[in-house]
Design a protein around this ligand. Structure first.
Ligand code: ADP
Length: 236
């Protein structure tokens, strides 16, 4: 699903943002990427979304070789990713339904698919009944749930969430991460969540990849402090 092989990345001014990173994330996994500001998280994301290419080393995502992909295939590659951002990036003049449907319409999905799929994903994120509301009438947590529904709309194999709780009250942040874990569990979507909020990661536990000064310094499973939550999900 994601495979980075000995990846290094330098900006044009010579700043080395990533150094010899090896990272493999399999289909169906949920992984946190943590690191302080300046550690290299955004640079890693830019490589994963093919905004930039490595200085050395290889990146494979969803079966695409991002060092060799042709320009004309980049849109197709990007459609295989669902993206969630810190600042939601919704269209404030559109209602909830249209925000989720927008990407499907521009990629020529049938009206029937959209009619069925949009309510389905809105139900998954617990926003049933809010279809007609404009997104600027919603709370931050609700806006992020619209963005999660949008990311799920075309059923991508991989969702990348870039600081998804960064603009949300701490209490609601837990709900957003719970929702992402639930989606991973129920839909089998691989999810990579980048965050600088170590407390949040400690609370949930799971595969945790730490980046410090452009290097992966830890990559292992940690036990969450909220064990009850995991136990409930392991039962069924
Ligand atoms: P993070 O997302 O973890 O805060 P970044 O990937 O943004 O970290 O930054 C990694 C390193 O690359 C830092 O030293 C940062 O100053 C540097 N950097 C980030 N963007 C640029 C840029 N456009 N040009 C030069 N250096 C950059």
């Amino acid at each position: 699903m994601i495979d980075l092989i000995d990846v290094s990345f330098e900006y044009e001014n010579g700043t080395r943002a990533l150094s010899h990173v090896d990272l493999k994330i399999n289909s169906g996994e949920f992984a946190f990427v943590v690191g302080a500001s300046g550690a290299g998280k955004s640079s890693l994301l830019k490589l994963l979304t093919r905004e930039t290419v490595t200085t050395s080393g290889k990146v494979f995502v969803n079966g695409f070789d991002l060092n060799r992909i042709k320009k004309k295939h980049i849109p197709k590659f990007r459609r295989s990713l669902g993206m969630i951002f810190q600042d939601f990036r919704l269209i404030p003049t559109m209602n909830v339904f249209d925000n989720v449907a927008f990407g499907l319409r521009v990629t020529d999905h049938s009206a029937k698919y959209i009619r069925n799929r949009v309510p389905y994903v809105l139900d998954l994120v617990d926003l049933k009944g809010k279809e007609k509301m404009r997104t600027n009438q919603l709370s931050g947590g609700e806006q992020q749930r619209v963005a999660i529904a949008r990311a799920l709309a075309n059923d991508p194999p991989l969702i990348i969430a870039d600081e998804p709780t960064g603009n949300i009250d701490p209490g609601l942040s837990l709900q957003i991460v719970e929702l992402l874990i639930e989606i991973n569990y129920r839909c089998g979507t691989t999810i990579l969540m980048v965050t600088h909020e170590h407390d949040l990661v400690r609370y949930f536990g799971g595969r945790t990849i730490s980046i410090e000064n452009g290097e992966v310094t830890f990559d292992d499973y940690i036990k969450g402090t909220n064990e009850a939550w995991w136990q409930n999900h392991r039962k069924d």
